[in-house]
Design a protein around this ligand. Structure first.
Ligand SMILES: Cc1cc2nc3c(=O)[nH]c(=O)nc-3n(C[C@H](O)[C@H](O)[C@H](O)COP(=O)(O)OP(=O)(O)OC[C@H]3O[C@@H](n4cnc5c(N)ncnc54)[C@H](O)[C@@H]3O)c2cc1C
Ligand code: SF4
Length: 489
């Protein structure tokens, strides 16, 4: 259980970050691992409190509390404290297929509900998770483990984001033959072409994909299911199909001037930036922030990643509009533990903008009303009002801009594929399941998981969905070694 009273006697430390001025000169990960000694001390802060809210993984008051994949956090904290790293890795890999992704980019809802956080600072769970998986790769403990036997059952997984990869991993491990169909030229979903390399470097994604390949998972990239392969063909060739195609429909901003050049959806911008870095493909002039005044519309994580990308491309200035207000510095009475703390923080991109331009780029309660352009049809600026205007009487404001990125969220699963499979979606665009517990859609043998089913969310939820869908598929295939049954042993 760590060190007696450790959480009171030892100060919490976070993973170190490279200095903003240094890291904005490159595209490498902005965080640095802690030393073994530091990690041992952080693990000593966990008291194995007996009420491990850190691992409950529940939605409480519309936010995520605890780890959605129910990582066995107090157990591996203690193993790390005692220097039993291999055992810690074994416990971690029992619940998490890809700790190398979550330990870099998860917002760590486990820490928001850590019991130590009630009276002190929460345990640095994410940093410890990272140290375990880094050590496991360094020591060569993460090796391909192909199944000892094959069941003869074939499953098609469509989409290779974290949900598809987790689902494929689980099904392959118990012996089903798994083919992953991916329309992009490279597996990984948003891990590869959405999330910037400052958060997850791309060789980390490739490394895991290669491990899965060595274990027997077959990746069929450049195949757009619904066009290159039909739903009927997949149903015919496979015993089950799992649709993990993400939440690719974007929210739009249909206001005056939207058609001007220099206004682009955030995902187009982030995708070409990632492809430019991976393959040296030229950046289209309208998606290159160099020397430009950039405005990002949308206050979420995607918007933040656009800010960090624009900074690295050498933008002249950057501003990010959010429709909500600034979060409070501390939990409010309406946001008690173990809810996820909705508090103000200065994340990596904002730290960088402050260092380079002398101010936090975030503007609050901003409503974009119309875009303006020049005779060449290129955006030159925009006009905003305030979502709070009726209360504080704020006036309209004009902003200059050469590049505007729209990052206002997603509207659910893309239609064509699901129309092809004749699967219904709810008004938010999420796939409707016939039974919430078995991940099966209204079509027999067709399952859905990840952002396509849940709506745009987090890597860790996508992994959880992929694992649960795999368990449900296994039960459907009526294999004797049922994953679902083993969950209830
Ligand atoms: C910019 C950005 C930053 C983010 N940052 C974070 C973060 O820091 N931390 C975090 O936890 N979460 C983050 N997220 C959210 C996270 O990336 C997603 O929740 C997660 O990737 C969803 O996984 P998924 O497998 O359901 O779908 P996706 O990752 O979207 O993968 C779906 C895959 O399906 C493929 N596909 C779609 N249609 C077809 C078809 N017809 N045929 C074949 N293939 C198809 C797509 O090409 C894609 O590869 C971020 C999201 C974005 C957009
Ligand atoms: S996956 Fe996320 S929520 Fe779970 S232990 Fe790791 S950082 Fe915490």
């Amino acid at each position: 259980m760590g060190q007696f009273m450790g959480f009171l006697n030892i100060e919490r430390k976070n993973q170190k970050e490279r200095s903003p001025l240094e890291r904005t000169d490159d595209w490498n990960e902005y965080k640095e691992a802690m030393t073994e000694k530091e990690i041992g001390e952080q693990a000593a802060r966990c008291m194995d409190c007996g009420t491990p809210y850190c691992q409950i993984g529940m939605i409480v008051n519309r936010g995520t509390s605890g780890c959605p994949i129910h990582n066995l956090i107090p157990e591996w904290n203690d193993l790390v404290y005692r220097g039993l790293w291999k055992e810690a890795y074994e416990r971690l890999s029992k619940t998490n297929n890809f700790p190398e992704f979550t330990s870099k980019a998860c917002p760590a809802p486990c820490e928001g509900s850590c019991t130590a956080g009630l009276v002190s600072d929460p345990v640095s769970i994410k940093s410890i998770e990272r140290a375990i998986i880094d050590r496991a790769f360094e020591e060569g403990w993460v090796v391909p483990r192909p199944p000892l036997r094959r069941t003869g059952k074939k499953v098609a997984v469509v989409g290779s984001g974290p949900a598809g990869l987790a689902c494929a991993d689980q099904l392959n491990k118990i012996g089903h033959e798994v083919a992953v169909f991916e329309r992009s030229d490279r597996p990984g979903g948003l891990l590869m072409y959405g999330i910037p390399s400052m958060k997850i470097e791309k060789d980390v994604v490739d490394r895991r994909v290669h491990l899965l390949e060595e274990e027997g998972v077959v990746f069929k990239t450049g195949v757009n299911v619904g066009r290159d392969v039909t739903a009927a063909e997949l149903k015919n060739d496979f015993d089950a199909v799992v649709l993990c195609t993400g939440s690719g429909k974007r929210r739009e901003l249909p206001i005056e001037g939207r058609d001007l050049k220099g206004i682009a959806p955030a995902m187009n911008y982030l995708t070409v930036s990632n492809r430019h870095l991976l393959y040296g493909e030229p950046l289209p002039p309208d998606l290159n922030a160099r020397g430009k005044r950039v405005i990002v519309i949308g206050g979420g994580d995607t918007g933040e990643d656009c800010v960090a990308t624009a900074i690295r491309q050498g933008c002249r200035s950057v501003v990010q509009f959010g429709k909500h207000g600034r979060l409070p510095d501390r939990r409010t009475a309406g946001n008690p533990w173990p809810e996820h703390p909705n508090v103000f923080s200065v994340d990596y991109a904002y730290e960088e903008a402050e260092e380079l331009f002398g101010r936090d780029p975030r503007e609050y309660y901003v409503e974009t009303e119309r875009f303006t352009g020049n005779e060449a049809g290129h955006v030159t600026g925009l006009t905003t009002g305030s979502f709070k205007k009726n209360r504080d009487g704020r006036e309209q404001k004009k902003w200059d801009a050469d590049l505007v990125l729209i990052a206002i969220g997603f509207r659910g699963a893309e239609d064509r594929l699901f129309d092809d499979f004749e699967i219904q979606r709810d008004p938010s665009g999420r796939v409707i399941l016939a039974d919430e517990h078995n991940y099966q859609t209204s079509r027999e043998g067709i399952f859905a998981a990840g952002d396509a089913r849940r709506g745009a969310t987090l890597i860790v939820w996508a992994i959880e969905e992929g694992r649960k869908a795999a368990a449900a598929v296994d039960l459907y295939l009526d294999d004797k070694q049922s994953l679902l049954k083993s969950l209830f042993k």
